[in-house]
Write a protein that binds this ligand. Structure first.
Ligand code: ATP
Length: 296
C-alpha cells in the first residue's frame, strides 16, 4: 500500500483547514493510500514532519496551508535521498506556489486535483542553508510584510498586505545594497530587492512572467527607488506584465546571487521573516515533484 502524509496548519487562511482534511483523506484513501494526518502546532513542525516522511519512505506529502506552511514543508526535503511527491492544497492568503503551478485556489478543486496523474519537477531556491519555493525579498517593505499578523490575514486577506505595504511605501527608506551575480556587481541605494523562482509574487501573477518553475534561474529585480510617482508607474508595469522594463527597475536572471549591505537589512522568504543580510542565493534545479492538474 502507498503511504501519504497530510501536513495541515490549523491556523491557516480563514481557519477552515480542518474541514478540508477529511476531504483530502477521503480522496487519497480512494486512490489506495494509507493516510497519516499531522497537524502543526508551532513553527517548523511542518519541516520536522516532512523529514520523517522522507526518512520513512512515504510516497506522497500533502501540504494544507499557506505559503508559510509550504515553505516549512519543502525544507523537510533538504538533503534527503528519498523525496516523496508533493501535493498542495492552498489555504493561505496569497498562495503564490499554487498560482504558479495552476493548482486551483479553491481547496475543494485542489483536493480533486490530487487525483491527477501529472507531475512536474520544480526548482527550489537556496537561501544560505534553507530552501525557498517562491521568493526572497530584502528591505523595509519585505520586513513590514513579515509583520502582518495572522489575525489580520484571516480578517482582511490580501488587503492586510496592501495596508502594511502602503504604510511602508510612504516612508520608502532605501538601503545601500551590493548585489553580485555571475561576474557582475550592482551597487546603489535600493528600498527593495526581489529574487523570484515563479511568475507569481505576492499574488501578482505577472510580476515575473518569464519565470518558469523549472528554468533553473533566479529572476531578480532591484528597485532603484519607490516614491509615490514611480510606485504608480511600477504598478502599471506590474499590471501589464513588463515590470522588468521599468526605468527604475534593474532586472536580471542568475544561478547564484549574493546580497549584502553596510546597513542592517532584513529579508522575507516565501512570505515569512527571513535572516538579515548578507545572504547567498542559489538554485536546485527540478528538485521536487509536485502533483499538478491534468492539462485541459
Ligand atoms: N497551530 C498553529 N498555530 C499558529 N501558527 C502556526 C501553527 N502551525 C504552524 N503555524 C505557523 O503559521 C505560520 C503561517 O502559516 P501559513 O503561511 O501557512 O498560513 P497563513 O498565514 O494563513 O497563510 P498566508 O501567509 O498565505 O496568509 C507559519 O510560519 C507556521 O509556522
Amino acid at each position: 500500500m502507498k503511504n501519504a502524509m497530510v501536513i495541515v496548519n490549523p491556523s491557516s487562511g480563514k481557519e477552515e483547514s480542518l474541514q478540508h482534511v477529511r476531504n483530502v483523506e477521503d480522496i487519497l484513501y480512494k486512490q489506495g493510500y494509507a493516510v497519516t494526518i499531522k497537524e502543526t502546532g508551532q513553527k517548523l513542525d511542518a519541516t520536522r514532519f516532512c523529514i520523517t516522511a522522507c526518512q520513512e519512505a512515504y510516497d506522497l506529502v500533502v501540504s494544507l496551508g499557506g505559503d508559510g506552511t509550504l515553505h516549512e514543508t519543502i525544507n523537510g526535503f533538504m538533503d534527503q535521498d528519498h523525496r516523496p511527491k508533493l501535493g498542495v492544497i492552498p489555504l493561505g492568503t496569497v498562495n503564490d506556489f499554487a498560482r504558479a503551478l495552476q493548482i486551483p485556489l479553491s481547496p475543494e478543486l485542489a483536493t480533486h486535483a490530487l487525483t491527477s496523474t501529472r507531475v512536474k519537477a520544480v526548482d527550489m531556491g537556496l537561501l544560505n542553508r534553507q530552501m525557498f519555493a517562491n521568493v526572497v525579498a530584502t528591505g523595509s517593505l519585505a520586513e513590514s510584510l513579515s509583520a502582518v499578523s495572522s489575525d489580520d490575514k484571516s480578517m482582511f486577506g490580501t488587503l492586510a498586505y496592501f495596508k502594511e505595504g502602503m504604510k511602508e511605501l510612504i516612508n520608502h527608506p532605501a538601503h545601500p545594497l551590493i548585489v553580485r551575480y555571475d561576474d557582475k556587481t550592482w551597487e546603489g541605494e535600493s528600498p527593495l530587492f526581489l529574487a523570484a523562482l515563479t511568475n507569481s509574487v505576492g499574488g501578482f501573477e505577472k510580476l515575473a512572467p518569464g519565470a518558469a518553475v523549472d528554468d533553473g534561474l533566479l529572476h531578480c529585480f532591484i528597485f532603484k527607488s519607490l516614491n509615490i510617482l514611480n510606485t504608480m508607474t511600477a504598478g502599471i508595469s506590474l499590471f501589464l506584465g513588463n515590470l522588468k522594463d521599468h526605468k527604475d527597475v534593474v532586472y536580471f536572471t542568475a544561478k547564484h546571487v549574493s546580497v549584502r549591505s553596510a546597513a542592517s537589512v532584513s529579508t522575507n522568504v516565501d512570505g515569512e521573516e527571513g535572516p538579515s543580510l548578507p545572504i547567498e542565493l542559489g538554485i536546485i534545479p527540478r528538485h521536487i515533484e509536485v502533483i499538478v492538474p491534468e492539462e485541459t
